[in-house]
Design a protein around this ligand. Structure first.
Ligand SMILES: Cc1ncc(COP(=O)(O)O)c(C=O)c1O
Length: 432
């Protein structure tokens, strides 16, 4: 193994010297956090200090860091054949495609296209929708995040993620149906009227589709209210478009009650995109589409070099199995409800907490300067965020105003952890 220098000064110096500005930009804490090891829901920094990982490394760790079954599957496949390019046949990705489609609603014929990242999968979903419908226009939500590539960035609403370069045309944004601080308040109907307005005035009237995260992640953990996705998709389909669901953050049982976020909304998408926790740390993503939709792309070649990589797919198979065997979806329901209860108690004690919300193990604390006006308090969020680190928690700051603490741990967080997390959060809020 080449030697690795773990000293803080050397890591910082190398990063500053050799990373491009775009890769350097993410510096959440005032001083760097260097992580060395992970096990289950816990992390250790290079000094040996332990943290509870409430971020799951940006939701990439679904079943726990270094899960032995995922490790074994990966090691065995890596030793046998590390890569099999898509033109040759291999059983592991084909098995995974079958197992993944089995998690989707029955009565539909689903097919899968594997990619390496969520952004690639979002691009492909947009391409598929445009190719199938023959239409161009796509609707997206204003506080959405769908990825970094040109296509995915074009349907991303949050300005901080949109670079000053020409984006894809044909995208219109609609107001977030956010009951806490949405422009139309709590009722769903005005947000659906807004979809009608957008179709009538910001598009050609003929849609390729609409893309929605059932729980907006970087938007600040905003669960779509009941009736919104169904109503919006009805309107989109009437205009010739497809319903595209982004499950990158909320999929794989994270919301507890359902395996997929869309299942809580009584809709069946035409295309669904999944990534992050799928590979439990291995780059693995997929577009799952109704066969007829995907068939529209049969004419031309399209491949992602590492898409359907057998090692990543072995990880994915193992993740699906571990979620089932260890009842992690049920765990997300039970532990998530307990944690949400504790967050509500925390809210009683700290006036700076305007709202707590979420489903399963996808939770958020929103900080405000004044509960009545709901003015976002990014500075308080930053102070609490620094304090959480000192108290051994890893969370993240999110939302268009950077005033939301996002809590999205590995799905194996336990009830015993909930006690510890609440005690540490209490201390962090008190200290900040
Ligand atoms: C909801 C959502 N969609 C898509 C993506 C893009 O995935 P990736 O970063 O793997 O390209 C992300 C990434 O954070 C995401 O949160």
């Amino acid at each position: 193994m080449p030697e690795t220098d773990w000293s803080t000064a050397a890591i910082v110096a190398r990063r500053n010297r050799y990373y491009s500005a775009s890769q350097r930009k993410f510096q959440p804490y005032e001083t760097p956090l260097i992580l060395r090891r992970g096990q289950g829901q816990y992390l250790w920094d290079e000094t040996g200090k332990q943290y509870i990982d409430l971020l799951a490394m940006n939701l990439c760790i679904s079943v726990g860091h270094a899960h032995p079954k995922v490790l074994q599957a990966v090691a065995e496949q890596m030793a046998e054949l590390p890569h099999c390019t898509t033109m040759f046949y291999h059983p592991v990705p084909a098995h995974l495609a079958e197992e993944l489609t089995a998690t989707m609603p029955a009565d539909y014929e689903w097919v899968v296209h594997f990619t390496t990242s969520g952004s690639e999968a979002i691009d492909l979903a947009l391409m598929m929708a445009r190719s199938y419908t023959g239409n161009i226009d796509v609707l997206a939500l204003r506080s959405s995040y769908h990825g970094a590539t040109f296509g995915a960035q074009s349907v991303t609403g949050i300005a901080g993620f949109r670079h000053c370069v020409p984006q894809l045309g044909g995208v219109a944004f609609v107001a977030d149906p956010n009951p806490y601080r949405g422009v139309f308040g709590e009722a769903v109907a005005p947000y659906l009227d807004e979809v009608d307005q957008a179709i009538g005035t910001a598009t050609s009237g003929r849609l390729a589709g609409m893309i929605v995260e059932p729980v907006q992640g970087y938007g600040g953990i905003l669960p779509c209210p009941d009736g919104y996705i169904a109503g919006a998709f009805e309107r989109v389909r009437a205009a010739g478009g497809l319903g595209i669901i982004d499950e990158v953050q909320c999929g794989f049982g994270r919301t507890g009650a359902h395996f997929w976020g869309f299942e809580a909304h009584g809709v069946v998408p035409d295309i669904a995109v999944m990534a992050k926790g799928f590979g439990n740390g291995f780059p693995l993503a997929a577009v799952v589409a109704r066969r007829a939709v995907a068939e529209s792309m049969a004419e031309k070649l399209l491949f992602h070099t590492h898409g359907a990589n057998p090692v990543a797919c072995a990880a994915g198979r193992s993740v699906l199995r571990v979620i089932r065997e260890e009842k992690l979806q049920e765990n997300a329901t039970i532990v998530g409800a307990a944690l949400l209860g504790r967050l509500r108690e925390l809210q009683q004690r700290h006036a700076v907490i305007g709202d707590v919300r979420g489903r399963g193990l996808m939770l958020a604390i929103e900080l405000v300067a004044d509960r009545r006006t709901r003015v976002p308090d990014a500075q308080a969020a930053a102070r609490v965020f620094e304090a959480t680190r000192r108290h051994g928690l890893v969370v993240s700051k999110s939302g268009p105003y950077r005033n939301v603490l996002r809590i999205v741990p590995p799905l194996c967080l336990s009830l015993a952890d909930v006690d510890e997390v609440s005690a540490r959060l209490e201390r962090a809020f008190a200290a900040a």
